[in-house]
Design a protein around this ligand. Sequence first.
Ligand code: SF4
Ligand SMILES: [Zn+2]
Length: 360
Amino acid sequence: MSTDEPSPEVYESGRGMDAHNAAMREIRARRDETYDPREPTRVWLDEDNTPDGTRQSLTIILNTGGCRWARAGGCTMCGYVAESVEGGSVSHGDLMTQVEKCIEHERENADDPARLIKIYTSGSFLDEREVPAETRAAVGETFADRERIVVESLPDFVDAPKLADFTHQGLETDVAIGLETATDRVRHDCVNKYFDFADFEAACAEARDADAGAKAYLLLKPPFLSETEAVADMKSSVRRCAAVDGCHTVSMNPCNVQRYTMVEDIFHDGGYRPPWLWSVCDVLESTADADAIVVSDPVGHGSDRGPHNCGECDDRVQTAIKDFDLRQDPSVFEQVACECELTWEAVVEHERSFGMPLAR
Ligand code: SF4
Ligand SMILES: [Zn+2]
């Protein structure tokens, strides 16, 4: 891939994104929290499905100063920049202190070290302005005794030599790419993300050159789509991603309403509802035969700001989804039912995304 230095200005100019970006900058400017550069944003233990089976996982969200695209304005649903460090960069020493704290958390809460390490940055771990080359190499060494590592990155920064920091340690390595949707128009206009599906395909090829794999992260129901459109877009996106060589896993994130985002503004004005959990089930069930592991981990399920059904069945449906994640068996969805499924069916049938005139 090109090693040109990307900049938000380059992405912005001439791509028709100026209005979205100006709105997002104005929304983000409302935040006033600051964060400690020696504290990770979040860390937790879980269990994940990998191409080699299910594994205990340690997930780390490093605080790196934030995504440079978010500084330009950024994606309509993404509140992560609000959690980043003021001023925009975190030193090697501080980043390694964050990693140490995560390992400490694991020591205190798990019997054994996790075989799978997942590192997200709310941006790009492979962007050297966020994570210096020195830190990347040190992270590779730190986790050399594990089995697999996943690092998050935008496609621009995926380069085979960077991934060698992990593959040369003997780690199975994956790049997690926030593609959001395989449809360029939806990615550009609803998500305000600047790159194309072709860039994702190129990044997967680059990962393959490094003997690494790729995981696509997709966003179910960005703003401006009806429930029906969102589900249809997701079903085709899962299949298109699964067909890309090297992309062995698709992780579908149902959109939730994060603070200081355009989605939050629209939500407050009554113009946005996060997706139904029934929609998540529908997508997983209908794409179960796709040639990839397809998973979803709905964040904030059951709340107004997160993916939800009626309030009565949310926990049960979430359990079925988590069960599907590990076993990939669509029959888990036959075991959950609720009256609200009829409401969801009516929504899918009747919801329209354009402004409906009341009279003409
Ligand atoms: S979704 Fe990713 S690319 Fe978009 S603003 Fe957030 S961190 Fe940046
Ligand atoms: Zn229900």
